[in-house]
Design a protein around this ligand. Sequence first.
Ligand code: T4K
Length: 404
Amino acid sequence: RISTSADLALHGAPPAMPAPVHVGRPNVTNRENFLWHVDDILDRNWLTNNGPKVCELEQRLADYLGVRHCIAMCNGTIALEIAIRATGMTGEVILPSYTFVATAHAVSWQGLRPLFADIRLQDHCIDPEAVRRAITPQTTGIVATHLWGGTCDVDALQDIADEHGLKLVFDAAHAFGCSHGGQRVGSFGNAEVFSFHATKFFNSIEGGAVTTNDDALAEKIRLMRNFGFAGVDKVIHPGTNGKMTEINAAMGLANLDSLTEVMDTNKARYAAYRAALDPIPGLRLAEINTREERNHQYVVLIVEDSFAQSRDTLLAALTAENILARKYFWPGCHRMEPYATQQPDAGQALPITEALSEQVIVLPTGPTLPMETIGVVRDVCRVLAFGNAAQPRHPGRAQRKNVA
Ligand code: T4K
């Protein structure tokens, strides 16, 4: 048990957790169901190329998300690239820097120039006013990330896109099962793009999808996903290989049955973290809009300047205890290559991105989280804040102690 700073693994004590506790442990709740699907695939001997499991998954996802078309893909990055290309973006595309680097790479991989716009403190998503300021005559599109399972200011972004004739694609990698205005993410903008990577709320090991209500766009995306084939030996469009395999669809189908269960577990973990950490001065969890559905897949801790120690000291202390929290999305895409070299001054227009990427820690959660983890995180934070893990009598008075 961690009571004082001498008990911290950072100072040589044994780690509180016997094995590493990761962020992004896969939510796999129905192993038997998955294995049944795998047997079925092997019996059928149809492994990929628009197989029956992929078709079933696409239909069930479209129904769940309330959208006309769901086109399954091999991963979220290829899905983004195909969506960006299919919508016909050219020249410059505006996107947040505070996102996983795949968002920026998908834009630049298509030969487009990414223009980074700042985010809003309230939801960590792209700021519509910053988007407006970034528009130039070369701008043709916006790629906006619904971060942490929250949603962008969808309506303001759509207004800007309409006003300036821009295409609008949402990177919804974090937002499966989440809603905006009571409607599930999936049918906003020209298209929305999901990742079903192992670390995501809903996973198919690797995988992703583009969703849209636009029939013509969906048709184009289906062609692009499969080399442009419109039938045997009949190629009518440029394309790539973005196909999802049957095994990936099997994992998706198995996991679809447990969405509510995982969401409820995540919500309970989030509430426990909140109760443990909120009373500690200088620490707060990112706001969650309780009027909308949220998957609570990311527990986002903001370490403010008023916390007794730096974000990186807290991260090092947790890591030493075998709690492998992450500083997503540090340092921001604009500080990664090739963008840092191409746009060395980009940070000047991104003060909130720059500040927030120095403050955030994403904590482990999900159904596989060992329950004692949250207590250990709380005790480490309290020791760093107060010098000991006892409940502070005056939670407002943090003392700066040099325990690192
Ligand atoms: N847009 C956004 C906003 C995204 O966040 C992502 C992906 C994409 C687009 C692109 O979608 P995909 O092309 O990936 O479908 C991880 C994931 O690899 C990546 O999918 C995810 N975002 C990103 C936020 O996180 P890393 O570099 O942090 O991965 P890694 O290997 O460090 O793993 C993360 C944690 O998960 C570790 O603590 C270990 C744990 N883990 C991972 C795997 C794969 C497990 O416990 N089991 C596993 O099987 O990028």
